[in-house]
Design a protein around this ligand. Structure first.
Ligand SMILES: [Zn+2]
Length: 340
């Protein structure tokens, strides 16, 4: 038996890795727009491979790819009949790869787009969607639940309750698309306080903001709660002018989200710096969201002082023919063309 999520958090930051939907979309297995993880049933090996890449890079949690694998979304793409099979298979794949290393398995639910705080009937709809997804996940075997990209505190609380009914620890994170509060009007710090008081083991933020614009919000949340705090930014260079990936614009003024964000991707060094900053701030669950690649995760793991399987192939620029100390005279003659 490995350590539980609670025990791991006591031993120092837990490293997470997400962004499965964006990465598998880039690889040609998920359709941008609906972003439904049909890949789980259609190309399970592709999911298995990405889990394995994150595992080798140092991720301690394999997050089952059930993001947007809920009833409403599957109906949108005409695959409602595949709902149960997709959810169960996603957990099985995550479990299988987690066993290749020493990783935990998280069941995953997200914002449903069905929730409306002004329409109480939607609470039951959302609860039913979470109950079936997490019920199947619990049967397949998960260590805890990640409820993420929550726009509404109200919706996040439903996911927390369903997790608790299943007896599972929950990490509940909000999507910081707004300047300072959830769509139902709670400041992020207050929403996290409420989630912590309601029994969430881990609270915090994920997605939408890059490290630079998420760090100030997390600093406030860290001060506001006593429980573990999670921070999983997107690896994009957001800043004061465009604090979220949704607001980033190309030089021509076109919206970059969600499939033209490439010019804004952070380097592995920027993400390594972020991991160190997050640890210094007292963040307990340090991760990464949409846009992540295994190279980011490995750099973050190494910044946290971890030795990871993929570290065998971490960069050694001292062995590059042009950068090595004993560069040959024939190559040195051309070095100025690389520095001009
Ligand atoms: Zn994300």
């Amino acid at each position: 038996m490995g350590l539980s999520i609670t025990e791991r958090l006591e031993n120092g930051p837990v490293l997470g890795a997400e962004g499965y939907v964006f990465e598998l979309e880039r690889r040609g297995y998920i359709k941008a727009g609906p972003f439904v993880p049909e890949v789980v049933l259609d190309f399970p090996d592709a999911v298995r491979e990405l889990h394995r890449e994150f595992l080798r890079a140092g991720a301690e949690v394999m997050v089952a790819l059930t993001y947007y694998a809920h009833r409403e979304k599957l109906r949108d793409v005409g695959r409602e009949g595949d709902l149960e099979a997709m959810n169960r298979q996603a957990v099985r794949i995550a479990r299988e790869v987690a066993r290749e290393g020493d990783a935990l398995v998280a069941g995953n639910v997200c914002n449903t787009w069905a929730y409306d705080p002004d329409n109480p009937a939607t609470t039951a709809t959302v609860r039913a969607m979470y109950a079936e997804q997490l019920g199947w996940a619990a049967e397949e075997g998960i260590d805890f639940v990640i409820s993420e990209t929550n726009d509404y505190l109200g919706e996040a609380l439903i996911a927390l309750e369903v997790s608790q009914e299943l007896g599972l620890p929950a990490m509940v994170t909000l999507a910081p698309t707004q300047p300072d509060r959830t769509r139902d009007g709670y400041e992020y710090t207050e929403a996290c306080r409420i989630l912590a008081a309601a029994g969430a083991q881990i609270v915090g933020l994920n997605c939408d903001r890059g490290p630079q614009t998420m760090l100030p919000l997390i600093t406030d949340i860290r001060e506001a709660v006593d429980c573990a705090v999670a921070m999983q930014p997107v690896p994009y260079r957001t800043g004061p002018a465009a604090p979220t990936m949704e607001t980033l614009r190309s030089a021509e003024g076109d919206r970059a989200f969600p499939i033209a964000l490439d010019p804004f991707v952070c380097t592995r060094f920027e993400m390594a710096d972020f991991a160190g900053q997050a640890r210094s701030l007292g963040v307990d669950y340090v991760g990464i969201c949409c846009g992540a690649g295994p190279h980011h995760v490995r750099a973050m793991a190494e910044a946290l002082g971890r030795e990871v399987p993929a570290g065998k192939y971490s960069p050694s620029m001292d062995l590059h023919p042009m950068f090595r100390a004993d560069i040959s005279a024939k190559d040195a003659a051309f070095l100025h063309t690389w520095t001009a």
